[in-house]
Design a protein. Sequence first.
Length: 430
Amino acid sequence: MSSASLLRAAPDVIAAAARRVMARCEELARVSADAASIERVYLSPEHARVNRLAAEWMRELGMRTWQDAAGNQVGRIGDPAAPALMLGSHLDTVLDAGRYDGIAGVLMALEVVRLLREPGVDGWTVRLPFAIEVVAFSDEEGTRFGKALLGSSAVAGTWNDAWWDLTDADGVSLRRAFLEFGLDPARIGEAARRPDELVGYLEAHIEQGPELDRAGEPLAVVSSIASARRFQLVVEGEARHAGGTPYDMRRDALLGASEAALAVERICSAEHHIVGTVGRFEAFPGAVNVIPGEVQFSLDLRGEFDGERDRVWDALAHELDEIMGRRALRWRSREVHSAPAVFCAPLLREVVAGGIRATLPPRSDAPPVIFSRAGHDGMALGVVTDVGMLFLRNPDGVSHHPDESVSAGDVAHGIRALAEAVLLRGTERI
Ligand code: HGY
Ligand code: MN
Ligand code: MN
């Protein structure tokens, strides 16, 4: 794959594009359910507001825009009859989020359109053998309903009607939230795209890890996206008086669940490319003078390969049986999310590597290649089209946190590399 630059754009134009991305990340960060932090969840008023903003920015670029049946905001430019190369990322966030996770990828995709569009007979177009679509996915995180990738699963045609009964912390079902947002659950199938409508999905995203920062590298090619399984676990003991109950009579659910959380760290940290995290942990009844009779906690388990991830889950389940048996407790689990590992398509890996080579100073070795421990919408889209990802350096790897950051300089590199990758993809047979 050539490393010659195909993009005709002056450095100051790219720098201006990066500044626009950074400014818009700040603007979108202010669209939050909480004035003191960034919080934007699926089918919320904040989701509707950022979709309107994204649609406005898409229309400014001459794109045709629509909100699809799952609440994803879409813009399209180019030959209406041609298949599309889909760019984008997500605009929803975790709680107390950073400014760039997902957001930067959507905005960088818009800047690529700005760089590639040209005046056509009936408006703006792109001189490529495919159209370009930019998708702002609506629920990559799964913050509100626990199941991640809802927006991109609808686009991939893998929506599961069992999800309609998922409820948020207030007991609102996904079905009711759809209706209140103005969407029709019966039409969810209309969001699905066919393989022949797409030539691929290409996403730029901050790394959400420290590898590029430690290596002093601004950009990387993503090899694969970690497979994930998420569980809700319950440990049951017996609520008793904190003062009057002697230790030999206690069945303390919190101590059993705490041993379980430590076992997650011990077992996963001994594995290669497996990570397990207990992110939510709640004791009931939650009174200071009552021995916890029940604990509910989450488990987010990820691995480079599905089989390894599943083997570790079996080992964890065996360990929990031992812990709870020893403590005369009971435990159960409910799986709330599962997504297989997705391996990025060789052609898209090549064009991303070519885009990086065309952007950065000449180098003798190949651009860095990284396995993504973070999940992305590409995990859902992998069933319907080729997936490729470009990673940007994420200082100190801080993400899912207000201190999440990315430099304007690296965003400029990322915009150029993404545009070069799109142009390289355009030189290939469809
Ligand atoms: O959880 C993740 O890995 C992604 O940021 N949703
Ligand atoms: Mn995230
Ligand atoms: Mn993300």
